[in-house]
Design a protein around this ligand. Sequence first.
Ligand SMILES: [Zn+2]
Ligand SMILES: [Zn+2]
Ligand SMILES: [Zn+2]
Length: 116
Amino acid sequence: MAGEKEKSYMCAFCGRWHRESDLTDYCGYRVCWGCLQVETFECEECGKRVPRSEVATFDCDGVEICQTCFDKHYTRCDACGLLLRQDKAHWHTKDGYEHPYCDDCIRELASENDKN
Ligand SMILES: [Zn+2]
Ligand SMILES: [Zn+2]
Ligand SMILES: [Zn+2]
């Protein structure tokens, strides 16, 4: 069947028509690749494609993690804001609460405590 045209569908985000091969299934909608990049991201932790609005990380973190995974597995250094895995963070009790610290900040904190 030469010359048979590939089916086109409308992208659920931008409303433009794309060939079927340029579209990806996202939550039951057909979405073009460009919109998928803009509107969603793939979480490093769970590997799921989630809406941009649910990103819990910043550009400078170098990874993109969804809010659900962040709450479950991640935290931020109390001193410098660095993204940390909860099991890799150094927990230090301050004002009756456990605060997470990165490698550098816990070292600094320890040396400050030594001075006192
Ligand atoms: Zn689109
Ligand atoms: Zn996730
Ligand atoms: Zn830190």
